[in-house]
Design a binder for this molecule. Sequence first.
Ligand SMILES: C[S@@+](CC[C@H](N)C(=O)[O-])C[C@H]1O[C@@H](n2cnc3c(N)ncnc32)[C@H](O)[C@@H]1O
Length: 263
Amino acid sequence: MKFFFMAWSYLKYKLKAKTKHAVHSPFVFDFITKVMEPHTFKEDYATIEKQVQVLQRNMNSIETVDFGATTANTGYARRLRRVSSIAKKAGIPRKQGRFLYRLIEYYQPEKMLEIGSSVGISTMYQAKANPAARLISIEGCASTAAYAQESVSAVNADNVKVLIGQFEHVLPIALLELEQLDYAFIDGNHNYSSTLAYFELLKQKARNGAVFVFHDIHWSPGMERAWEVIKSSEEVTITIDLFFMGLVFLKKELTPQHFILRF
Ligand SMILES: C[S@@+](CC[C@H](N)C(=O)[O-])C[C@H]1O[C@@H](n2cnc3c(N)ncnc32)[C@H](O)[C@@H]1O
């Protein structure tokens, strides 16, 4: 069912997605040419992707907690999973990781937040892109978070703090600690109400010019509805739908406009 939903959504996206030749906004044209298009190889990619390989080859089994599923007796569902399998299934693909790297490298956000570290694949790309920035990355499953911590140490990303706890509980703490926000990557608990609840909290701390990246905006009908609500929010000016993720710019001086771009 999910497969058919996503396939249908992808088809609609493909039919609507534009290239830079159909974009008249100078801000978005700049985004396409400076963030989306460059494909120069970077030393950091090699460092990060070596650690990704280490994770993808790690056959250790760890007990993970799934905050999206509960059981009658034990609270949240727990299951044994191989680190290799988590890295391959939950981790962001290389193309998207490199895109996040370029996004951060170009806009240079200083106060960054990640909701959903897993084993730290996206965390590494984001942290290495701007070593002068501070990144707090939140993960609920402690045994998974231990690998995120190990990954950021392996690539010498010392600007990251991995915060363990349920998003609902620790997000306000992370925001208090960061004081303000220039960038957020929301990659966990993908459902309508949680996504909008996180967005409400993030908005309150956003500095002008902040960019939020929502992963899996076409994952389910609920996520697509959440994306529409986010797009129509008063503080949001430019939005960019890249199918696997949606970007939201909170930059007052821009005229509100919504784009669907070929990724
Ligand atoms: C898709 S994975 C993140 C992948 C990671 N950003 C990457 O690309 O490498 C989502 C993570 O969010 C965590 N998670 C989901 N719901 C949560 C919640 N309510 N509180 C805390 N963690 C949660 C899961 O344990 C999982 O590790």
